[in-house]
Design a protein around this ligand. Sequence first.
Ligand SMILES: C[S@@+](CC[C@H](N)C(=O)[O-])C[C@H]1O[C@@H](n2cnc3c(N)ncnc32)[C@H](O)[C@@H]1O
Length: 212
Amino acid sequence: MLRNALDEIYSYSDLHTSEEDSLLYELERRTYLAALSPQMVSGKLQGKFLSFLSNIIKPNFVLDIGSFTGYSSLCFASGLTDVGEIHTIDVNEDYEHIRQAFFGRHPKGNQIIQHIGDAEKLIPSFNNVWDIAFIDANKKAYLNYYHLLKNKIRPGGLLIADNVLWSGKVLEKTKDAETAIIDQYNKTIVAEGLFDVTLFPLRDGISVAVKK
Ligand SMILES: C[S@@+](CC[C@H](N)C(=O)[O-])C[C@H]1O[C@@H](n2cnc3c(N)ncnc32)[C@H](O)[C@@H]1O
């Protein structure tokens, strides 16, 4: 019952949101045709929210953790400065050709740098201080991603995490391993007080934390 109501609210919100960029529209369709688990793509409503945040921040350095078919990177590209860089990480090479093809069609596509590997190993290899970091990869690593990134975001910069409601499973008393880590992420980022956090119940829950 609640699930149906939430799905209807989501569809209504999507319908009453302006169209996304045509390249992103095409990429979402391509993802549904070509990828396993295509529902992982951010999609129009969340994608427009990410673009909106990027346009406000006008980042020089973005870290996108969990590239998939490149949708979130292209959302962040909309606000990227002319000299900015987006570093996007995925452990899986399968969709590199899709990312490459779509990045190549964006005016700032040559400013998006792809990295293949485990994010927990790659994150410490960057010396950048990030304007935006987006966590959307291994759910069991969310707390580690937080600890690896908490001192690598500039004051006023954003640490964004997707799926922080995990289909509502964070509310269950007995939590599986992934849900328990996501719940710890949500609790720790508020308790440590390094960020001003807002958990938006958008889609599967998106946490936007501004570095103090
Ligand atoms: C939910 S999808 C990302 C969706 C994408 N951000 C978007 O907006 O469309 C999660 C991605 O994380 C990647 N991933 C999973 N575990 C990872 C890890 N340990 N390191 C890096 N990437 C990982 C998966 O291969 C998958 O492509």
